[in-house]
Design a protein. Structure first.
Ligand code: FAD
Ligand code: PYC
Length: 420
């Protein structure tokens, strides 16, 4: 068997560098927006791009534009800490998030793009008997639904994560944990880029640096969006703009029950492999995993005050670091390399909003708050289904906006770290 010739040899790479990278084939085109499409999706994050992909793949609708005000994945999709799991309490949440994990498992193959999904397991710590009881409830609920999850004793956790502080007298003593072994992390940019490339390959126009600034509504329906690059008409519109959802809704003439808050994260200098699992403490909100580059990816709960500032408050940074260092004393000598924030859109019951908006041909995918990266594959598929058929998919039906009138809330306040 002869070895396959690499597509880019070392010499070719050097030549590309010296010539200003003129020989690369772009992964997607950058077309001028057309005046009219069958469908327009506002927001080029994971959910918008996944929706465009599914409109083309599942429904054969390819005359589609994704309109992104900045660059693909530059919002929360490229700012998140990439945890993918389905350990939720309510059946509706378990169904939709587990369907997403199922898609993630085959996504690299489906998109022919390596999203580096690493199913290393996610461990949620309990620091008291009462917290252990809370985890038991969630694990029981998941097992009843047939979703893999189990409890770990204190000794089992300490054996799996030897760097955890074993002292029973520290502020966050380890009493036990819950583990979902199928959970893990993936490369966030690759998820956005993979969907973008696949959608582009099926004829979708991906239009970056194009800000939607208004809606033209005629006869009670959206006729067009006004953008920084002209007016664009379509039959049907979808919006997946995360922290900009309340503002876009206001431009379309309705309100959404969402609060925009900064969620921050940070990474340490790189280390040799020392932490296999994702480890999270719901009670103190801190969580940590180790990236493929060796950096510790660290985050915590929401900022105390609603804001659109994508940097985060230093007090919160200090609070998160204090918790991480108390749980992992060995990390106390590490240097922090970078810190950043994203604007997330939190709903009153910590569950997303998927469904029709008050304007008939405008559909919503928003309110994922601190936990929507794990839902990118299914969230996009649901938005595409709504836009193509005008009806809910079985999985999205419980998440409609009308639940805030009917009172059928899907309370996931305790669905894991950063969700409270
Ligand atoms: P985004 O990726 O934010 O995309 C929305 C896009 O809309 C943006 O690119 C924006 O520029 C564009 N846009 C906005 N307004 C307009 C306009 N007027 N015109 C055109 N375009 C517009 N989730 C998890 O599941 N696991 C995690 O570990 C996790 N960690 C997180 C850590 C942090 C620090 C943050 C901030 C979030 C985290 N999340 C996590 C949440 C997750 O990132 C989001 O729920 C998810 O990325 C939302 O995806 P999206 O496509 O809806 O939004
Ligand atoms: O949804 O798992 C999650 C998460 C962790 C940190 C932020 N969101």
């Amino acid at each position: 068997m002869t070895a396959r010739k690499p597509r880019y040899s070392a010499l070719a790479l050097l030549r590309e560098g010296l010539r200003g990278q003129r020989g690369w084939t772009p992964a997607w085109h950058s077309p001028e927006p057309k005046r009219r499409y069958d469908a327009v999706i506002i927001g080029g994050g994971g959910h918008g791009l996944s929706a465009a992909y599914h409109l083309a793949k599942d429904h054969g609708i390819t005359n589609v534009a994704v309109i992104e005000k900045a660059w693909l994945g530059g919002g929360n999709t490229g700012r998140n800490t990439t945890i993918i799991r389905s350990n939720y309490f309510n059946r509706a949440s378990q169904d939709i998030y587990d369907a997403s994990v199922n898609i993630y498992e085959g996504l690299s193959r489906e998109l022919n793009y390596n999203i580096m999904f690493s199913q290393r397991g996610s461990i949620e710590l309990a620091h008291s008997a009462a917290e252990m009881e809370g985890l038991r409830r969630v694990v029981n609920a998941m097992q009843v639904s047939g979703i893999e999850s189990s409890l770990l004793s204190r000794d089992e956790v300490l054996a799996m994560v030897p760097l955890l502080n074993p002292s029973p007298d520290c502020r966050w003593p380890v009493v036990g944990a819950a583990i979902q072994r199928r959970a893990g992390v993936a490369r966030h940019d690759a998820v956005a880029w993979g969907y973008a490339r696949a959608a582009d390959g099926m004829g979708v126009d991906i239009i970056q640096s194009c800000d939607v600034t208004g809606f033209r509504i005629e006869g009670g329906r959206v006729k067009a969006v006004e953008t920084s690059r002209g007016v664009i008409e379509a039959e049907v519109f979808g919006m997946a703009v995360a922290g900009a959802s309340p503002e876009l809704a206001r431009l379309a003439g309705f309100q959404l029950p969402l609060l925009c808050v900064t969620l921050q994260a940070m990474v340490s200098e790189p280390l040799k492999p020392c932490l296999h699992h994702v480890v999270a403490s719901t009670p103190n909100g801190a969580y940590v995993s180790q990236s493929d580059k060796g950096e510790l990816v660290i985050g915590g709960g929401l900022e105390p005050v609603p804001s659109f500032a994508r940097r985060g408050d230093l007090r919160k940074t200090a609070e998160v670091i204090a918790s991480v260092v108390e749980m992992f004393p060995a990390f106390s000598t590490l240097k922090l390399m970078r810190q950043w924030g994203g604007t997330v859109d939190t709903s009153p019951d910590n569950s997303p909003i998927l469904g029709p908006s008050p304007v008939p041909n405008l559909y919503l995918n928003c309110g994922w708050g601190t936990g929507g990266f794990k839902a990118v594959p299914i969230g996009g598929k649901m938005l595409a289904h709504l836009m193509a058929t005008g009806r809910h998919h079985r999985l999205s039906a419980p998440f409609g906006l009308e639940r805030f009138e009917s009172g059928r809330l899907i309370d996931e306040a305790h669905a894991g770290v950063a969700h409270d």
